[in-house]
Design a protein around this ligand. Structure first.
Ligand code: ATP
Ligand code: MG
Length: 566
């Protein structure tokens, strides 16, 4: 490709809402163009990067024996009613009616569609296992589309679905997909970590996320400093906390504690470590049908983890409640403590199991209890609902854990029969008995990966693509297009590389050198070969974008030099 014939609208303008380097450079470098909130056009350079990623994914999927399909983007709402997700997915699902008033949904993920494709077509255990994938547009009407390709409304996802006769076979495939995703990310030159995850709206149990490590990542990961263990904080586990050196308050009494509606004020007044206090958090739990106030209790030194807490009560999400709503339920806001609340749903964090000598609200304005023993609470339900903190002990090896930030690029699930059962997708086992398929599902954000690569590989000048991902691997730049020698030598190398099938672009624009080099740096070609003044001595300059260094190479050896580099 020649720059003079290409469509590469680079610009100095930074989009108003752009904060992330990937959003800024992909827009400024002429890779993508925004159409509306969360909607992007891919221009030629962006599409070439996307295709590079797709090709690597296709190769690795083929190596793993997975077949590609392409399912309709518009999906009948009736399928979503069958699975029960029409409600659960909420406003992210874009719904519309056709001319015959039939309700449809733009596919945000395709479990229902894939199950409906396979059910009644695969009917015997002899046809299993089966693993199918597609790489197609998805639409989610995200509440806050942002960060360019990172969180779009329309985006490209590779989504795969496997069907098995047994749980063991599904787990085998799950491990194969994890290994395959690791290969893909390694080929893309990404530093990543596979972590345990919450299963969210997709459902099922046993899920892992593939996290590209970057400070700009939206996800917080709790990772062990010693072993392999890592998890999204939404799902992270820990060992029981070590009690501090100080003790709690053994004496059971009701104490007057005005103005102590915070744990900090309470532990200060009673001179007790917040570990020995109990914090109440009231939330409005949102269910498929309606909502309900629920109470959670954690140690005062802990925070409620909302995703874990929502899962603990089977809610889709949690929202804040105002004091008036709680007072109306007879709760003494700021002084709520553990007790049998009757009909009200209450969950205690596992840390509180068998806790004693505690300080907690007395369920009476301006009073707390000391010497409280959790064993006195009847019908208490204990679940893991607290946030793992930095320094907490790894559940596997006990070493200290710390936080790091990640971009979720892949998510793989052990689904079981979560979809096959409601959608009545059955096969006949060896004994001729009908059973629902045991499924796994595997998502990879292809367009998000474009952004993630730039997040990990850029500098203050622009992108730094690797040879595997670059829109063009080699950029031949003619410094002064009016110079005959520079022109003919540049053209000759361009023709030679094209003949070899190399991914090459020729910057033959009649522009200043400074302007062209800025574009080369912004776009981030791995190698820029400059035909300039050095040519009078028989040399070219080679700019290595990854290391941002320049090398003088004799023009006579440039082809072999490039073959070695690539
Ligand atoms: P997130 O927590 O970031 O919203 P998710 O849990 O909703 O992601 P999945 O439903 O597991 O994501 O989708 C599979 C993959 O699709 C994700 O790992 C991510 O790479 C990609 N993806 C999801 N939502 C978006 C989006 N709005 N824009 C771009 N890629 C996305
Ligand atoms: Mg999401």
């Amino acid at each position: 490709m020649r720059f003079t014939r290409a469509f590469i609208p680079t610009t100095k303008e930074t989009p108003n809402d752009a904060v992330l380097p990937s959003h800024i450079y992909l827009t400024r470098g002429g890779f993508i163009a925004q159409v509306a909130s969360g909607l992007y056009n891919f221009m030629p350079l962006g599409l070439r990067v996307l295709h590079n990623i797709e090709n690597i994914v296709r190769e690795e999927m083929a190596n793993a024996g997975v077949h590609e399909v392409n399912l309709a983007f518009v999906t009948p709402a009736s399928l979503w009613e069958e699975s029960g997700r029409l409600e659960k997915f909420g406003k992210e699902l874009l719904r519309f009616r056709d001319r015959k008033e039939n309700l449809f949904v733009l596919g945000p993920t395709h479990e229902e569609m894939m199950v409906s494709l396979v059910r009644n077509r695969v009917s015997s255990y002899k046809q299993l296992p089966l693993n199918l994938y597609q790489m197609t547009s998805k639409f989610r009407d995200e509440a806050r589309p942002r960060f360019g390709l990172m969180r779009g409304r329309e985006f490209l996802m590779k989504d795969g679905y496997s069907f098995h006769a047994t749980h063991e076979d599904m787990v085998r495939e799950f491990h194969l997909m994890e290994a395959t995703y690791k290969k893909i990310l390694t080929r893309l030159g990404l530093e990543f970590r596979v972590v345990e995850a919450d299963s969210g709206a997709i459902g099922g149990s046993g899920s892992k996320e593939i996290m590209v490590l970057a400070n700009s990542g939206e996800d917080t990961l709790a990772v062990c400093s010693s072993c392999e263990y890592g998890a999204n904080v939404e799902a992270a586990k820990r060992q029981r906390l070590k009690a501090p050196a100080s003790t709690g308050i053994a004496k059971a009494e009701k104490v007057h504690t005005p103005d102590t509606t915070s744990i900090e004020a309470l532990s200060h007044m009673l001179k007790v470590d917040s570990y020995y206090t109990i914090k109440a958090v009231a939330k409005l739990a949102i269910f498929n049908e309606g909502s309900q106030v629920v109470l959670f209790f954690v140690r005062g030194c802990d925070e409620l983890q909302e995703v874990k807490a929502a899962n603990a009560v089977g809610a889709n999400s949690l929202e804040d409640v105002d004091a008036a709503q709680l007072e109306a339920l007879g709760l003494s806001v700021g002084f709520i403590g553990p007790k049998d609340f009757g009909k009200l749903t209450v969950v205690y964090d596992v840390e509180l199991q068998s806790a004693s000598s505690m300080v907690c609200g007395a369920n009476e304005k301006a009073y707390h209890l000391t010497g409280f023993d959790m064993a006195t609470v009847s019908n208490a339900i204990f679940k893991d609902i607290a946030t793992v903190r930095e320094g907490d002990a790894c559940p596997h090896c006990g070493a200290s854990m710390h936080y790091t930030k990640g971009i979720e690029c892949g998510h793989i699930f052990q689904l079981g029969d979560t979809y096959s059962k409601p959608l009545q997708a059955h096969f006949l086992d060896e004994n001729g008995k009908a059973k629902p398929f045991i499924m796994g599902t595997y998502g990879l954000g292809i367009s998000r990966l474009v952004a993630a690569i730039v997040e990990q590989h850029h500098d203050e000048k622009g992108c730094k693509w690797s040879s595997a991902t670059a829109p063009y691997r080699i950029n031949i730049m003619i410094s002064n297009t009016k110079d005959e020698a520079q022109n003919s030598a540049g053209e000759a190398l361009y023709a030679a590389l094209l003949a070899k099938g190399e991914s090459v672009i020729l910057d033959d624009r009649n522009e200043r050198f400074g302007f062209k080099i800025k574009d080369a740096e912004l776009i981030g070609f791995p190698y820029t070969i400059i035909f300039g003044n050095a040519l009078t001595e028989g040399n070219v300059e080679v700019l290595h974008r990854q290391s941002d260094t320049k090398h003088i190479v004799p023009v006579s050896t440039i082809e072999s030099y490039l073959s070695e580099q690539l």
